[in-house]
Design a protein around this ligand. Structure first.
Ligand SMILES: [Cu+2]
Length: 464
């Protein structure tokens, strides 16, 4: 190793700072177009490539979130770090946190990150997310796994060959798969509820960009432990994780640890994440992990394979998934020690609309970034979310985590999350600590609802 005197070292440091390409010291995330093969047909989609050539980013808790984001597409974009709580200016929502990133532009993001877990990054501009402009953002709790287990990230997408703008236009003209919601009130049975759970039909479901015709195969050890970090990156599809013959433990939701919850099937609403730990059986085998769309037969999956396990062909059509409900949510318990501060500010937010011209909104008003209510720093805010519409809404708050404190009238010591599904006719109450001044998006994460008025903000009084 070359030995530098203190003086020499300082000079070298000064030189490094003076070079114009100092930005290259930041790892780079590149937003780009790419061609995907979906069911034998080429599809032009977007992607976010990380410094290692893999999509997205993996970092260790305690590391500063510091990178250069480069837009190599021919259109502008804005990337939101879903699950992190950056200063508001770096949150990636046009109109709320700075300008869009123009074609060819690069920008530095640099902030202290204190959120571990399975997160993701995605476009917050227009309908780009439907074109797969999203990637994993994994903040590992420790550099080395505490448990002897194999980790694997699974990013899920709903895929259509159609132009998303055309889908939105059709919905807003009263057509498409949402039309039956406009037929007035009628008695619905479970099958009809299922049919009405989706208002966008898809051509395929993808798990790590692949369909079940050619699924990803994860080699695992016999009797080994596996931790799946599953991200629902769908634009408009709630789904069920189905472990088939295996049983797993849900250990974290939206990156926040929960008391391990054992099951074979787990609901996963749009934008939510689930960390599931499972044990591979003793003998050789192949175990499909399936992701079944709510109200639709379409599914995706990955295969865990050990030894010389035989992989059999699986159809990408399963049995239409039940309507996603809050049965599991009601049983989740946060492991994080949250101080039970007294509520100092209460709000009732009704989720409304979805009838004429597909106009959605809050408290009977369609909005696009408008302030829904103000908060003050240090307030403990409780928000009652009441769904008066005919569809479920995965509600996402930026810049904060919240605790689920009630479902209907039943109070609970629920999970800490950043996205909660509010099913049809139900009411969910959340609490958050106002500790991150700014103007924060608060919206339904269903891409077409969000772009049709279910997109508000919560603004700190006196903050920029
Ligand atoms: Cu919605």
């Amino acid at each position: 190793m070359m030995k530098l005197s203190r003086r020499g070292f300082l000079a070298a440091g000064a030189m490094a700072l003076a070079t114009p390409s100092f930005a290259a010291e930041y790892p780079r995330l590149t937003i780009q177009s790419r061609i995907l093969d979906v069911k034998g047909k080429p599809a032009k989609v977007f992607g976010i490539m990380g410094p290692t050539g893999k999509p997205g980013l993996e970092m260790i808790f305690g590391e500063r979130f510091a990178l250069e984001l480069k837009n190599d597409m021919t259109e502008e974009t804005a990337i939101h770090w879903h699950g992190l709580t950056p200063p508001t200016a770096q949150d990636g929502v046009p109109q709320l946190s700075g300008t869009a990133l123009k074609a060819g532009e690069a920008r530095i993001y640099d902030f202290e990150n204190n959120k571990a877990g399975t997160h993701w990054m995605h476009s917050h501009l227009g309908l780009q997310e439907q074109s797969l402009l999203a990637a994993p953002l994994i903040v590992r709790e420790t550099a080395q796994p505490v448990f002897d287990e194999q980790e694997h990230v699974v990013m899920l997408h709903d895929f259509t060959f159609r132009d998303p703008a055309e889908i939105l236009r059709e919905l807003q003209n009263g057509g498409g798969a949402h039309a039956m919601h406009n037929m007035g009130s009628m008695k619905m049975d479970a099958a009809m509820m299922g049919m009405m759970a989706n208002d966008v039909p898809y051509d395929a479901m993808l798990a790590n960009d692949r369909t079940l015709d050619d699924p990803e195969v994860l080699r695992v050890e016999k009797n080994g432990a596996v931790r799946l970090r599953i991200i629902n990156g769908c634009a408009a599809t709630n789904l069920w994780i189905d472990l088939g013959e295996l049983t797993g433990e849900l250990i974290a939701v939206d990156g926040n640890t929960v008391l391990p919850f054992k099951a074979k099937r787990f609901p996963l609403a749009i934008a939510q994440r689930a960390d599931i730990r499972l044990q591979v059986p003793q003998g050789s085998g192949a175990w499909p992990i399936l992701f079944q769309s709510e109200g639709s037969t379409l599914r995706s999956g990955i295969i865990l394979q050990s030894g010389d396990g035989q992989i059999s062909k699986l159809s990408d059509q399963g049995v239409a998934g039940d309507v996603v409900d809050l049965a599991m949510e009601a049983q989740l318990k946060s492991l994080a020690k949250v101080i039970a501060e007294p509520v100092t500010h209460s709000e009732l937010v009704e989720l409304t609309g979805g009838t004429e011209n597909y106009a959605w909104g809050f408290n009977n008003k369609s909005m696009m970034h408008n302030v829904l209510f103000n908060v003050r720093q240090a307030e403990r805010v409780e928000v009652v979310l009441r769904n008066l519409t005919s569809m479920a809404h995965p509600m996402h708050l930026h810049g904060h985590y919240f605790k689920v404190v009630a479902i209907g009238d039943k109070r609970l010591d629920g999970a800490v999350r950043d996205t909660i599904l509010v099913p049809v006719g139900e009411q969910v109450t959340i609490q958050f600590q106002a500790d991150n001044p700014g103007n924060w998006a608060f919206h339904c994460h269903h891409l077409y609802h969000m772009n049709s008025g279910m997109m508000a903000s919560i603004a700190y009084a006196g903050a920029a």
